[in-house]
Design a protein around this ligand. Sequence first.
Ligand SMILES: Nc1ncnc2c1ncn2[C@@H]1O[C@H](COP(=O)(O)OP(=O)(O)OP(=O)(O)O)[C@@H](O)[C@H]1O
Ligand SMILES: [Mg+2]
Length: 351
Amino acid sequence: MAQATAPKRTQTVDAPFKEITGFDRSGIAGVSKSLMAVLDRVRKVARSDSSVLITGESGTGKELIARAIHKNSARKDGPMVVINCGAIPSELLESELFGHEKGAFTGAHRSRTGRFEIADKGTIFLDEIGDMSPDLQVKLLRALQERRFERVGGTQTIEVDIRVISATNKNLTVAIENSEFREDLYYRLNVIPIKISPLRERPEDIMPLVEHFQSSLARRNSEYIPKIFPDLVKQVLGTYEWPGNIRELENLVERLSVLVEEDTISISDLPDCITGTGTDVTPAGVAQVFKNNIGFNEAVELYQKSLIVHALNETGWVKAKAAEMLKMNRTTLVEKIKKMDIEPENEMPVF
Ligand SMILES: Nc1ncnc2c1ncn2[C@@H]1O[C@H](COP(=O)(O)OP(=O)(O)OP(=O)(O)O)[C@@H](O)[C@H]1O
Ligand SMILES: [Mg+2]
């Protein structure tokens, strides 16, 4: 008798996506452990109506994750309403959220439906929640606790059926300590926390993200997209800090695809801030020298030093090659290295 074999579990490991059974990844690329943990939480939380608080630096994908929760939830056919609490002046935000009745305040010529009502049977995404004024925090807390509210200037109580997702790049625990954020509201919002790591802590996501952005660009315009090889990603993009996180990477991939006409992208196509070669001689950079109270001689010395450090790093500290690159005599280079105290672990000098 044929021996029964356990069903073979297949998992697609092709970058940029790993399939998660029964879950729509909604264009979220990446393979890192931390992203997979986030997606696993998204999958679980989508089955519930619990409030979710997404935290993470700017550009890490907070809104994308919020959308994935909505899309995978039973509310997916209902609306997903996004409101940026940081972008709207606080006196207008209340009426944005809860609506207002005609004549509620100067300029309220007609009544208006608020976002909470629009989001009925769906999801409301309160973005930049950490920027909400303390006054409004009280009103929001009440609306969330009771699931009902009144429009500004109104008397009728409105009930809504909504799932609340909020997001912030602020540290709300610190904001609570500084009395800028209400602790009771924090607990109400943060039933399920989702923390998204910055890109510098998950460099293994860079290549899948690059591929993902390149294939969406290829779909948008039929022009040839220059290749970015894994080596470049590993050695250069993988060691960069990415202060703007995934948004910065997305913009870079698009910029390179538009500007580079070669078949492949090489290190010289990357901006100085990424390759670390930039001694900024733009007017802004020159102005920085004076701002930092660096005199002429010191600035010139720093510039020389950055050229040398760059050449040495580029040539793996083979001085003859570095001298050739600098179009300098090898002995002069050796002298300068000694005089300037340049060592292999030297960082590029910063003005
Ligand atoms: N894992 C990912 N896969 C594909 N695209 C991503 C991923 N994460 C983020 N992005 C893209 O990066 C950009 C920034 O993401 P998003 O707007 O969700 O970030 P955010 O955390 O809300 O930023 P901010 O704090 O500035 O509002 C978007 O274009 C988004 O589609
Ligand atoms: Mg956002």
